[in-house]
Design a binder for this molecule. Sequence first.
Ligand code: HEM
Length: 641
Amino acid sequence: MLAVASVPLPKWLAVALSSDSVVAASHCWATLLGYGLLVALLVELLVILFEPFQRWKLRHLPGPPAYPLVGCVPDIMRLGSHEFFRACYEKYGPVYKVALGRAWAVVVGDAELMRQVGVKLRNHIVIDPNLLRGSLRKIELSGLFMAKDDYWRLVRSAWQPAFSAASLSGYLPRMVACAVQLTDRLETRAREAEVEGGSGKAGGRVDIWRELGSMTLQVVGSTAYGVDFLAMGEPTAAAEGHVKQAAAAGEENSSTAAADSNSSSSSAYSRELVQACADVFRFSNAYHGSRYAQITMLLPELRPLLSWLAHAVPDEPFRRLLAARTKLRSTARSLIADWEDKQRLRAADATAAAPAAPPPLSPPPATEAADADADTAGATATPGSLGATAVEPGSFLGLILAARDKTTGQALDDDEVAAQAQLFILAGYETTANALTFAVYFVARYPEVERRLLAEIDEVLGPDRAPTEADLPRLPYTEAVVYEALRLLPPAYATTRELATSAIEVGGHQVPRGTPLILGIYGSHHDPGVWPRAEEFIPERFMPTSPLYPEVCSRVPNANAPFGYGSRMCIGWKFAVQEGKVALARLYQRLRFELEPGQVPLATAAALTLAPRDGLWVRPVARHHHLLRGQQGHQVQRLQS
Ligand code: HEM
């Protein structure tokens, strides 16, 4: 150390570090910063003076009162975005304007008008201020959800084969394994609480939102990436049994299923991942997020400065958002590295076995994805393909890495690939967990619905047999429960469209070019003009055999739109419905759920999605006292009583 300390500094460094020059430099910086701020504030003032012009362009539209600078934000924060849009729809009609801070948007609330706009316009638009920088920002904006125009076509067609009917059928055993694992855990919890007279482990009380979130994350890991995020703790013997059964039935690649013992993940890692996903959903939304984001809504012209400040002196929400995004980026990158390693090993094995085989990472010839939207036809890659449109579970990244631009032949860059990997985790996890949580809430509140649900599941599956593909069409009431929960509390309570190039007419109103459009899904799902007894939970509405079905579903075909519209409709909707059915069928086959005190009405929070604000606390109750799950596989021992 001493020797190092006694080495003389180079002359230029010594001058630079001399106290006089440091003082002079910091003085110079302070002056520059001062001028910078002054100029920024002057620009801001000018822009604010011109703001009435923006409002004037929308003068013909009705809308709630907008306060200077903050617009409708105080009311949105008080009611929650979903309830605010719904109240405005009731008061101002199907098309109205709102001020989100200083930015104006037009909200469409009527089901048919939303469909028309949703089909006609193609791009989503970010309304929340985004303060991220560098690769984190690029990753956020390059995912399929935010992709635009030609880039969107390329990316959507790369995703598409992962959601074909054949691919979904390949995912089913993994979804079942995850549902079995969760049910086993909750059943054990329920039995322990019974034995201890309700006094053990908080009397069997669980936050079912958290539990379902772990399950949906596990499903994403095993179906998309063939890895175990270990989100639900160690896999149970029964869950392993279901995966092994699938393998015995001829499914390939099952070594990477939910029970993969080679998984490099740890349960601590997965807890952090669950937390990161939750933080992204919560803190990306300005109303629940950083003060810097809230100030950006009021002074959007200062975004670069506020973004810089947020990174330099982050407040708690921004710190958590940054940590969560960084965690997701590193997860995405390690998933990609793992996939590439596996492919290299496979290629090496294949070369050893048959030297003439083509390397698996080279892009296969362009094929039409049979069930791709007309718009996105021309998928260029199906590596890991089991057939024309089936993708092996775990091969999502193969599709993305093999995607090529049709004209330039260019592949996606590293951040663009990471963006898709991250988006599958985020989109596949929270929305489905929220939907299932809402379903559990409503079933617990409506005893007659619970009775019908249990009767259907018992009739089709009996007390222990886990659902198979052949069972799915025989569970229409279970599916109707999923849809009715999605109607009353749609996790994606609104979506957006960009109006970039020309003005359009919506419901007889002219909407000027450049105005962001919001489609208020939640409000239209509660429209008493469309839905008889709109506030009641009535799954029969979605049963084609029920007399209630024609009241809405055949009369207003797009009245229920929890997955959006047109070519931007949710790409994962069949995945979500299949997962939802499997999970409900397995859970209710073995358990019922009683709401803990204080859960009604359920407190919700509308951040990026509509979610239970404080979770949903329930008490699982085991249904079959004469059955005891054994330790070997999913065999059931009948107790001699
Ligand atoms: C209950 C669960 C889900 C709900 C309620 C839901 C809802 C939605 C909605 C409303 C949209 C926007 C549609 C539009 O703007 O018209 C969307 C888009 C999207 N969803 Fe879902 N989603 C769910 C599950 C999933 C799953 C499991 C995935 C799979 C990874 C997924 C991936 C996506 C993607 C990638 C987009 C963007 C599509 C595009 O812009 O082309 N979602 N979702």
